[in-house]
Design a protein around this ligand. Sequence first.
Ligand code: PXL
Length: 278
Amino acid sequence: MKKVLTIAGSDSTGGAGIQADLKTFEEYGVFGFSSLTSIVTMDPSAGWSHEVTELPEELLEKQLVSVFAGEGIDALKTGMMGNEKNIHLASKYIQKYAVEKVVVDPVIACKGTAQILQPKSVVGIKEYLLPQAYIATPNLVEAGILSEMGDLLTIDDMKKAAVKIHQLGARHVVVKGGHRLGMNRAVDVFYDGATYDVLESELIQTDFNHGAGCTFAAAITAGLAKGYTVKEAVVLAKAFVGAGIKQGVHINQFVGHIWHGAYNQAENRMGGMIDEEK
Ligand code: PXL
């Protein structure tokens, strides 16, 4: 079985972060490992504002030592990193164990909030992670920050940002336009250093999209581990996340999560044995 690692933060509510990653890995039939960098909590008495508690690098290192004690892993993804020391450490382990299939989800801005959650991470992501990225998966806001282009308003802007992020070292880039681009289709731009693909899909009008970014990157990671080409992995991941958004789960009055098991209808998996009325 392929082995896949997520180095990311915890979303206590189970939609994004390592929870999204591990759920997605399972749906792809790969074996998930995790190394936690930070814990995100949300305050219902303050409009669901997000707080990031960073974990110390010593604790991240103990986890990485545990993960890499075996025969190695087939692919990994990075998500929310907590702080620059954690970024540096992750990059050291990627290098030490020569992991090639590295998906860098440069978590700086989260969809569920206007807050820029990890402004301190920008320098480290540019310096240490993008040069090791087999593919980087910024959303529109993150691509604007990493490319130093500011607001990206058009597909042409997305293409220019993808080139700049490629120049920072990522071998492939997919800029996620999603709902933020304000078009009537969900548009992502994929760039492999030579050509662009504008990937369009149905724009799903819903608020149940928390976790979509992490899930997308996790799905690409699992696809790469399984041996799909990077473009195939991106296309598959888009279909996987689209199903998850369509079948989102109501969590509370503040947030709606995607359902990571939607594509495979995981809720029916033990259908023969479990009472489906429950
Ligand atoms: O969606 C970005 C994100 C990534 N990682 C963690 C998060 C979030 C958003 O809430 O909590 C752990």
